[in-house]
Design a protein around this ligand. Structure first.
Ligand SMILES: NC(=O)c1ccc[n+]([C@@H]2O[C@H](COP(=O)([O-])OP(=O)(O)OC[C@H]3O[C@@H](n4cnc5c(N)ncnc54)[C@H](O)[C@@H]3O)[C@@H](O)[C@H]2O)c1
Length: 252
């Protein structure tokens, strides 16, 4: 049955305690999946898990810093112990340690941004691939950014990291297709979350970003969750290696 239903599939969502990741977790749960919520703080995840269980979802909460390989290994091992495998991985957690000219990007922050935004995706993919392959396939969705397609002012190295993530998405899609594993990326434009607060909390700054867009407003977390559900589900069965913008037309 080719549909948006993902009944009984097992999905790990990183950066799931708030913002886009939280919304993705809720949409995947509503579509029938067993959800493993992950982000850095266990207490935040536990509170969300309790709320989602009250709404009838099957949810576990496992904290992991995506920059820490041992914690990522534990995340995948605990998921497999609990649910028997992994079918869907949403790599949503990301960091932006610097805002300003790229030549002033702190040397010490280079490894961090590449580790959190790029290397963690490679690590988690390595960890889930054997299980996905054994279960006949899977879907990996990387939450990237339109900053990875055109440089965002003040966010130079973030743009570089997301461009690397877009290429990693294509590389992994080519290499994992034979295992039945699809790999796609979503590139959001400006979405109202804590991450982007500096860009929307002041109305004039926000208008500068949005007034020339074909869809002249910022996006919502639900609008990113819907395309992520499409890519996670059998509805997108012939899609792999795709870089999908959801940006109100910002990049036209
Ligand atoms: N908000 C936007 O306008 C926008 C635009 C383009 C792309 N994005 C991308 O969307 C994704 C989610 O962003 P958001 O706006 O929802 O951010 P957010 O700040 O609202 O939420 C980020 C989530 O990631 C978690 N997280 C952060 N660092 C982590 C780490 N090292 N390990 C584990 N978890 C970590 C946080 O705890 C939180 O759950 C990111 O990949 C971001 O680059 C956001």
């Amino acid at each position: 049955m080719y549909s948006f239903q993902i009944n009984d599939k097992v999905a790990i969502v990183t950066g799931a305690s708030k913002g886009i990741g939280e919304s993705i977790a809720r949409f995947l749960a509503d579509a029938g999946a067993n959800i493993v919520l992950s982000s850095r703080k266990q207490a935040d995840l536990d509170a969300l898990a309790v709320e989602m269980r009250e709404q009838g979802s099957e949810v576990s909460a496992i904290a992991a810093h995506v920059g820490d390989r041992a914690q990522l290994r534990e995340l995948v091992e605990k998921t497999i112990d609990t649910y028997g495998g992994v079918d869907i991985l949403v790599n949503n957690a990301a960091a932006n340690p610097h805002y300003g000219p790229t030549l002033e990007f702190p040397e010490s922050a280079f490894d961090k941004i590449m580790q959190v935004n790029v290397q963690s995706v490679l690590e988690l993919t390595k960890l889930v691939q054997p299980s996905m392959k054994a279960r006949g396939g899977g879907s990996i969705v990387n939450i990237s950014s339109i900053a990875g397609l055109t440089p965002d002012p003040g966010l130079g190295m973030y743009s570089v990291s997301k461009a690397a993530l877009n290429m990693l998405t294509k590389v992994l899609a080519k290499e994992l297709g034979a295992d039945g594993i699809r790999v796609n990326a979503v590139c959001p434009g400006l979405i109202k979350t804590k991450f982007s607060q500096a860009l929307w909390e002041d109305e004039k700054t926000l208008a500068r970003f949005t007034k020339h867009l074909p869809i002249a407003r910022m996006g919502t977390v639900e609008e990113i969750a819907r395309i992520t559900l499409f890519l996670a589900s059998p509805a997108s069965g012939y899609c792999t290696g795709g870089i999908y913008t959801a940006d109100g037309g910002t990049t036209i």
